[in-house]
Ligand binder design. Structure first.
Ligand SMILES: [Zn+2]
Ligand SMILES: [Zn+2]
Ligand SMILES: [Zn+2]
Length: 443
């Protein structure tokens, strides 16, 4: 730390740290960028990391996981908010007329895999978890009731009353098949809309586009569910409304119908496993479908904020691990709660079955079987994270020109040749303390 502070290039180092926006684990790059005049071949400008502190450039890691880097995750959350919002009220290249298109906010949940401890509140009072008179005990001799009034932060919430009765196989397979179940759900919505319009399915895309943005959220019991914005556009995308025969009511019916009928079967990727020949998974009964309107109780702002909030959360909020599990790892050494350990162990056990190899459960054991994306949008929903990043990078570039670090040039006549090499990431302990002091902890 003292060496860093006394070093002559300390100021430049501090600037690099500030430019990463408080990233906790910046990427280290070594390389150069040359700007040549296309016509004469003359080298106009050269940037090389050779003169940077430690000979490297530090860039933000751009993770979306708050447990790894709060500051980059915050950037990701803010970007997600902007693009969800653009899809709801326009902006960022989406016309404001999208507000007139039928739009729903839909929550698709997982089914029950066994009774779990819950925090129940009614009129501000906490109720007993699962109170039942004369309830029998389970085959393992455990009570099937719980009269505890659990507070919101009770670590037992989401954990089963009897772990031996709990369907861990079902829970893990549901997470693994959830992306397929979503795809089948979207297809079923399209099929239902086509039927409603008296069209063959193949014709539907010439009449309308189903646009959506969704995020996955882990419930405390360790299963994912999805929150989605589903919108109808013209066949050309969000610039025009869909035909008048598809109303918000028609879309609501299609969503309710599709959520009920679709299934994903583990044997679709596997002929058989253990003693069960096949396992069909479907959405849970708790389906929430609400209309998003400019003046109603569910506003665009609220929905965009809600979706963005979940975009940076991963499975670690249910007490699992923040990294991949190695088959040789001793799970007992990780100090996990029993429920999380059993979910991970189930992934490792099922992942070793050749019939289920396609689900790659061992690779995704730390995610409790889910290997989908946390936040996805259909192509026509709104702008993309990549475009938002490009805008930000152009802004940084303009700043560099303004400060004289890059020459002002006409992009068409200049040839840019860059060479970059990844040489590591993160900070030493001393550098991390200094970086925290410079950027205020990156919060
Ligand atoms: Zn970062
Ligand atoms: Zn309980
Ligand atoms: Zn039991």
């Amino acid at each position: 730390m003292i060496a860093r502070l006394n070093h002559p290039d300390y100021d430049r180092w501090a600037t690099q740290v500030r430019n990463t926006g408080g990233c906790r684990q910046p990427i280290h790059l070594r390389g150069k960028v040359d700007h040549y005049d296309q016509a004469t071949g003359q080298l106009l400008h050269r940037y090389t990391t050779r003169h940077e502190p430690d000979g490297i450039l530090r860039l933000p890691c751009k993770t979306r996981r708050a447990s790894r880097c709060p500051s980059c995750a915050e950037t990701y959350r803010a970007d997600t908010y902007q693009l969800i919002r653009a899809g709801l009220i326009g902006g960022k290249g989406v016309p404001t007329t999208v507000t007139s298109h039928p739009t729903l906010f839909v929550t698709l949940t997982a089914p029950s895999f066994g009774t779990v401890h819950a925090c129940r509140e009614k009129n501000g009072k906490t109720l007993p978890c699962h109170a039942r008179r004369n309830a029998p005990t389970c085959p393992h001799g455990r009570a099937t009731t719980c009269t505890t009034r659990h507070s919101k932060d009770d670590p037992r919430i989401g954990e089963p009353l009897c772990p031996d009765c709990y369907d861990y196989t079902g829970s893990v397979l549901f997470n693994a098949l959830a992306p397929l179940l979503w795809k089948r759900f979207a297809d079923a919505v399209r099929r239902h809309l086509a039927k409603h319009g008296g069209l063959p399915l193949s014709e539907l895309r010439h009449h309308l586009t189903l646009s959506f943005a969704k995020v996955a959220e882990y419930q405390r019991r360790g299963v994912v569910h999805f929150h989605a914005v589903i919108r109808l556009d013209s066949s050309d995308g969000p610039a025009f409304p869909p035909p008048a025969w598809v109303t918000a009511d028609a879309l609501t019916h299609a969503v309710q119908h599709a959520a009920k009928v679709v299934t994903a079967t583990a044997t679709a990727t596997a002929p058989a496993y253990e003693d069960e020949p096949e396992r069909a998974l479907r959405w849970g009964d708790q389906l929430d479908v609400r209309r998003i309107t400019l003046d109603g109780d569910l506003t665009e702002q609220a929905v965009a904020g809600y979706i963005a909030k979940y975009a940076t959360k991963a499975a670690e909020c249910v007490g699992t691990l923040d990294r991949r599990v190695n088959p040789l790892d001793n799970l007992d050494a990780f100090n996990l709660r029993d429920h999380a350990r059993r979910l991970i162990a189930t992934c490792m056990r099922l992942g070793a079955l050749p019939e289920l190899a396609g689900l790659r459960l061992a690779d995704w054991a730390h995610m409790l079987g889910f290997r989908g994306h946390f936040s996805t949008r259909s192509r026509r929903y709104s702008t993309t994270l990549g475009e938002l990043r490009a805008v930000r990078e152009r802004f940084v570039h303009t700043e560099e020109v303004a400060h004289g670090r890059l020459p002002l040039f006409d992009e068409d006549t200049i040839l840019v040749i860059s060479e970059w090499e990844y040489v590591g990431k993160g900070y030493s302990v001393g550098d991390a303390l200094l970086a925290t002091a410079i950027t205020g902890g990156g919060q």
